[in-house]
Design a protein around this ligand. Structure first.
Ligand code: ADE
Ligand code: ZN
Ligand code: ZN
Length: 271
């Protein structure tokens, strides 16, 4: 995701943290750093020479054949063998255990937190779970008459066209919207039980893989269901994508809170 997606995931999660989790998170942020700023650090880091090794940690390249067949196979798709350095699933698992390791010095645990805040978001972006054309980066499309690529519009252009460019105001408003949809009688109330279901499973990799698979299923059902190369996607296609993106951002924020609550308190703290 871009800034609007990641920052909304983080702000939404912060509203579901248990008090003890919230203090733990605060203790690992820099002075004046918000949870939203911390959540977008990993994308800048991946683009500076020092952090380039972490680029492959932002996605998992599922190699099924969409739109006919979708699905993640960890050993085939993660790239943690053959020296490729892993994927978003292995990175989330590794950074989660570093975050839990109280023998690590503060800077390393703080960095692990920034990665976890970020990867919970990315794993919910369908194209971050797809190999084809580098997650759609190589698929040329048009969006409101501008040349761009499929990955980029799913990261940011579609959601920003619906809710405004990332700003304190647009982030707060989208977070409020999604928070309300999660409350009793809201549009996502019935999804919460499913969204929290794997948090209590002891196998964190299994849980992350399940989320990646859910995300990847949208590749076949919507993202690449029809011909997109060269097409203008600012109309009906974007209209159909908005509810998917909003739902995945809400799921990511809710699950991020549960994930952090499990780490700090041993229970997901969700309701
Ligand atoms: N590079 C290769 N695969 C990618 C993906 N799924 N998302 C972003 N960048 C990628
Ligand atoms: Zn992306
Ligand atoms: Zn990323």
């Amino acid at each position: 995701w871009g800034y609007l997606g990641h920052k909304t995931v983080a702000l939404l999660a912060s509203r579901h943290l248990l008090p003890e989790t919230a203090s733990f998170v605060r203790s690992l942020l820099y002075r004046d750093q918000t949870i939203m700023d911390a959540a977008v650090w990993a994308d800048r880091y991946a683009h500076v020479p020092l952090g380039r090794y972490s680029k492959g940690w932002h996605y998992i390249d599922a190699r099924d054949e969409p739109p006919t067949s979708c699905g993640i196979q960890y050993n085939r798709d993660c790239g943690d063998d053959g020296g490729k350095g892993g994927c978003v699933v292995s990175a989330l698992v590794n950074m989660t255990s570093r975050l839990q390791d109280d023998t690590l010095p503060w800077p390393q645990r703080a960095q692990a937190l920034r990665f976890v805040l970020h990867f919970l978001g990315d794993i919910h972006q369908p194209l971050h779970t797809e190999h084809l054309a580098r997650g759609g980066n190589g698929v040329h499309v048009r969006f409101h008459n501008h040349d761009t690529n499929l990955h980029s519009i799913w990261d940011s252009a579609i959601i920003e066209a619906a809710h405004g460019r990332a700003s304190d105001r647009s982030i707060a408003r989208l977070t409020d919207d999604l928070y309300n949809r999660l409350s009793d009688g809201g549009m996502y109330a019935a999804d919460k039980e499913h969204w929290r279901s794997c948090l209590n499973v002891s196998d964190v990799q299994e849980c992350a893989l399940q989320w990646a698979n859910e995300s990847n299923a949208y590749i076949c059902s919507y993202v690449l269901a029809g011909e997109v190369e060269g097409k203008e996607l600012g109309g009906d296609y974007a209209d159909g994508a908005v509810p998917i993106i909003e739902r995945m951002i809400a799921a990511a924020g809710y699950r991020l809170a549960g994930w952090l609550n499990m780490i700090v308190c041993g229970r997901d703290g969700l309701e």
